[in-house]
Design a protein around this ligand. Structure first.
Ligand SMILES: [Zn+2]
Length: 478
């Protein structure tokens, strides 16, 4: 790090859960609908209304807790976090203070080929606030849309275990792909489905941790990386100039590419947490916790480690495949056949298949590619039945049609000629017709060989097995 400094980064990540209804009322949990159309007295915070907890929120949070190796607390409560802001009609947010649903977990990530274990302090459930809209149409006044009020969130708090913007990025991407695997968050960054607050401090290596600042309003992973880089550099320059870092909350302005002071420690918020009296203590039966654990599939971060360590796949490729659940399922079932190398499959999956998916916007299951036909195709190439170029033609058909590879090879006339006597016949006639090149070769012009083999391939209409063809021509040239 710069000038012997090391950064210490912790992240508080908020993810909106994709339940059908909101956390404490029956209003629809949906993005992009007409402003203030998905509201009721409960989520608008009318006096005298009573919240009822959506149990699905508890299930989803427990699933994330399992995925991040947390202890699931069988008993937890909900608390009021009091603050005033126009997008929060109740003037408090229902959250969890000292008894989160999940605690003491970790997540394994891989950064530049190195495995890292990042501690997860806690995961708690809470409600989202509304959204302020600023419009010139109303004399510069702000308007409020309460559709987002009461949308369920989980907040995932990491330990200060991250040491670089790069690690923070991988950590966030890992959380995102896990949420997608569990199908509990739509992960649409542009709709604010995942947001984070960033804590950063710097210290000289070997010295105690420095004072940290908190940065709010980070709405994308790239903004998180830029914000962290900016804050690390800002703190180092303050320290190098003989100054001190004060504990403060800053707001990241991604357009300007800088963080600005929001409030210092002196005017830090006192949220006056107290137990929410309108909701019962959350008590989760052990059986429910165990049942939810059974619903957790092998997660993408585990798959990445397995692909890299067991199958020798490059980290970048492993990540790409693992983060797409369908690609990962295809790759895993191909490898489960135990017949060909990972590389034989990744060439097709990351090449022609991904290209097709990108071009058509389709998903893997919308094509006809599966582990069986892909393995047949790989086998045909490895056994020299068809060339790689022929394989591409077969693959193009397999994308859209449910056909047998062997039938397609015949139909398309792609089978390579590997019959020695047939190849010898071709070689004989080509050599007879190209006496000059034959003499050139014999006089030491070795590049004449390429020309002769090329002529043989042409005479076979590209169907000769190129390796065998070359060997036969060589032996005939003696
Ligand atoms: Zn409502």
């Amino acid at each position: 790090m710069n000038n012997g400094y090391e950064a210490v980064i912790g992240l508080e990540t908020h993810a909106e859960l994709s339940t059908d209804s909101k956390i404490y009322c029956d209003c629809k949990n949906a993005f992009g609908l007409e402003v203030n159309s998905q509201v009721c007295p409960i989520c608008m915070g009318m006096p005298g209304t009573l919240p009822t907890l959506n149990e699905k929120v508890v299930d989803y949070a427990i699933m994330m807790g399992h995925a991040l190796n947390c202890r699931i607390n069988r008993v937890s409560k909900q608390d009021r976090k009091n603050y005033f802001y126009p997008d929060l009609p109740k003037a408090y947010q229902i959250s969890q203070d000292d008894t989160p649903l999940c605690a003491d977990g970790y997540v394994d990530i891989m950064v530049n080929g190195v495995e890292r274990k990042i501690g997860v302090t806690r995961i708690h459930i809470e409600e989202d606030a509304g959204k302020l809209l600023h419009s010139d149409k109303f004399d510069g006044c702000s308007l409020v849309d309460l559709n987002r009020c009461g949308v369920p969130l989980i907040e995932i708090v990491s330990e200060p275990d991250l040491r670089s913007p790069e690690e923070a990025k991988v950590y966030l991407e890992t959380l995102k792909s896990i949420l997608q695997y569990l199908d509990i968050c739509d992960c649409k960054m542009q709709e604010g489905s995942i947001r984070c607050d960033v804590n950063v401090s710097v210290h000289k290596i070997g010295e105690p941790f420095g004072t940290r600042t908190e940065m709010k309003n980070v709405n994308s992973f790239s903004a998180a990386v830029r914000g962290i880089e900016y804050e690390i550099n800002r703190q180092i320059s303050v320290l190098e100039a003989g100054g001190t870092i004060s504990q403060e909350t800053r707001r990241w302005d991604d357009v300007k590419g800088e963080s600005v002071l929001m409030r210092s420690k002196e005017d830090a918020h006192d949220y006056r947490y107290f137990p929410e009296p309108d909701l019962r203590t959350i008590v989760v039966e052990q059986e429910r916790i165990d049942d939810l654990k059974k619903r957790i599939p092998e997660l993408p971060n585990r798959k990445i480690l397995r692909y890299v360590k067991d199958w020798g796949v490059a980290q970048k490729d492993a990540t790409f495949i693992a983060e797409n659940i369908e690609l990962a399922e295809l790759f895993d079932s191909c490898m489960a056949k135990g017949r060909f190398s990972a590389r034989a499959y990744t060439t097709w999956i990351l090449g022609d298949l991904v290209k097709h998916l990108n071009e058509t916007g389709k998903t893997v299951s919308q094509t006809k590619i599966n582990a069986d036909n892909l393995t047949d195709l790989v086998e045909s190439i490895e056994k020299n039945v068809i060339s790689n170029a022929g394989g591409k033609k077969v693959f193009a058909v397999l994308l859209n049609e449910d056909k047998k590879v062997s039938d397609l090879i015949e139909q398309l006339g792609l089978a390579q000629v590997s019959d020695t006597s047939e190849l010898e016949k071709i070689a004989d006639s080509v050599l007879a017709e190209n006496e000059k090149s034959v003499n050139d070769y014999k006089n030491g012009k070795t590049n004449a060989l390429g020309y002769l083999v090329g002529q043989c391939m042409k005479a076979s209409k590209g169907k000769a097995n190129p390796q065998m063809m070359k060997e036969i021509v060589l032996s005939k040239l003696g």
